[in-house]
Design a protein around this ligand. Sequence first.
Ligand SMILES: [Zn+2]
Length: 77
Amino acid sequence: MAKSQVPARKSSGHICARHAICFECFRAGAERTRARREAWAQRSLPFEVAPPPQLSARELAHRRQMLEHLAQSARRA
Ligand SMILES: [Zn+2]
């Protein structure tokens, strides 16, 4: 009785199974984690968005009106 053979993926070296992880996938995950950590560490450098300015009472009222308007349009949709 012949067992069906799973083709080996030797070209990429990607050999992880459902419940295991191969070195290629482990390394890819570690690199993503490192990239996130570096992005977090550099969060105060050039790409930082300026903090929002203090809003006046009138500006706040206007934003609330806009939000209410959007909420109403969403309810109608
Ligand atoms: Zn893998």
